[in-house]
Ligand binder design. Structure first.
Ligand code: ZN
Length: 368
């Protein structure tokens, strides 16, 4: 089973969502335009060859792994295996995704079928995803950070994602000092203890789910929130006074009313982060991999700057379904991670940042 989009998290509105708010209960995206006829013919040819291959596989028994792989490698036309560059083209993006699936499970019927579908046309690839996408999901198209399923398309991919395009209080935002209200300070009251948990690659980020028993809390605006998970974006999603950052850690807290409060810690290259060192030590090897972290080894205090002054505003999850009503606190003082730590994450996630969203007259408090 995929872990990426099935991590239970109730958002501010009680909407079932994962760490990033994914909810895969609805229909996939609108159909893409069909590809050229040549591709279609090639796909039909491939499909029949695949049937042969699968039949041969079946005859040879379940252990015949090498044979299935040969079917793919030898008989795939070059056009399919060739890297297709930008993922802006729907068909190209399907190919890339399908190649990934085939790479992981070169013999599986799904992988073979995915290749044929991807070659046929975008429409059929969508139909394929409806039943079983390349990550093993059932019943939904997959949102991404680039290409046809990128941020601009999220709002139209599923009815449940409509807030991504229709919402007026979306995150992330570009924080400008000229727009903020400087008010009396409410210090950030965090109580973070050495905790255990697990690291998961959910396909969109690396995330640490803390043990439910972990006593990590944030108290703000008269309410106490419990830290449930934290994860990373590269580059940082937030911008402050026209400056971007290499990375941001989002510390996701939830109170008893299922409201969310997220603390964002901006990061730029510099001395290594001891906390990131621990998380990267237990890095999952695949999207289906979850790695347990020894009890007591995660201490979020290591991630926070001494100066915890912050910007505060109401926003949303920065991933589908982009649910609003999330209380954001972006710390003004950035922390550091080493270029090696950054490079490692960037290899897995070259870009997992949603572009900044319009402020639409929202108040941003600057807590001095
Ligand atoms: Zn995030």
């Amino acid at each position: 089973m995929i872990l990426g989009c099935s991590l239970g998290l109730l958002s501010a509105t009680g909407h079932a969502a994962d760490a990033h708010g994914s909810d895969h209960s609805a229909k996939p995206a609108p159909k893409a335009a069909p590809a050229a006829g040549a591709d279609k013919a090639a796909a039909n040819d491939l499909a029949s060859r695949i049937r042969e291959g699968v039949d041969r596989n079946n005859q040879a028994g379940k252990g015949a792994k090498g044979e299935g792989a040969t079917v793919i490698e030898v008989r795939m036309p070059k056009a399919v295996t060739k890297p297709s560059g930008a993922l802006a083209n729907p068909v190209d993006s399907r190919r890339a995704a399908s190649t990934e699936a085939a790479h992981r499970e070169p013999n599986s019927r799904e992988a073979l079928r995915a290749k044929a579908m991807a070659m046929a046309n975008g429409e059929k690839a969508e139909g394929h995803e409806e039943k079983e996408d390349t990550h093993g999901h059932h019943g939904s198209a997959h949102w991404e950070y680039e290409g046809v399923n990128g941020p601009a398309a999220w709002g139209k991919m599923q009815p449940e994602f409509s807030t991504c395009s229709l919402g007026r209080r979306q995150s992330p935002i570009h924080i400008l000092d000229s727009d903020t209200l400087v008010g009396p300070a409410e210090p950030l009251q965090v109580r973070y203890m050495p905790s255990g948990g697990s690291v998961v690659n959910n396909g969109h980020t690396l995330q640490v789910d803390l043990d439910p028993a972990s006593p990590n809390t944030l108290t703000v605006r008269g309410s106490t929130y419990k830290l449930i998970q934290f994860h990373f974006h590269h580059p940082a999603e937030e911008k402050v006074n026209y400056k971007g950052f290499s990375m941001v850690a989002h510390l996701v807290h939830r109170n008893d009313q299922n409201q969310l409060a997220v603390v964002a810690v901006l990061m730029d290259p510099g001395p290594p982060s001891p906390l990131i060192n621990k998380v990267w030590t237990y890095m999952p090897l695949d999207t289906q991999d979850r790695v347990q972290v020894p009890p007591g080894s995660i201490n979020l205090s290591e991630l926070l700057p001494q100066d915890t002054r912050y910007y505060q505003f109401l926003g949303s999850l920065t991933t589908p379904p982009c649910t609003e009503g999330v209380l954001w606190m972006v710390l003004k003082t950035p922390m550091t991670l080493s270029t090696e730590q950054l490079r490692l994450f960037a290899k897995l996630f070259p870009n997992n940042a949603r572009p900044t969203q319009p402020l639409n007259g929202r108040v941003v408090r600057e807590v001095p």
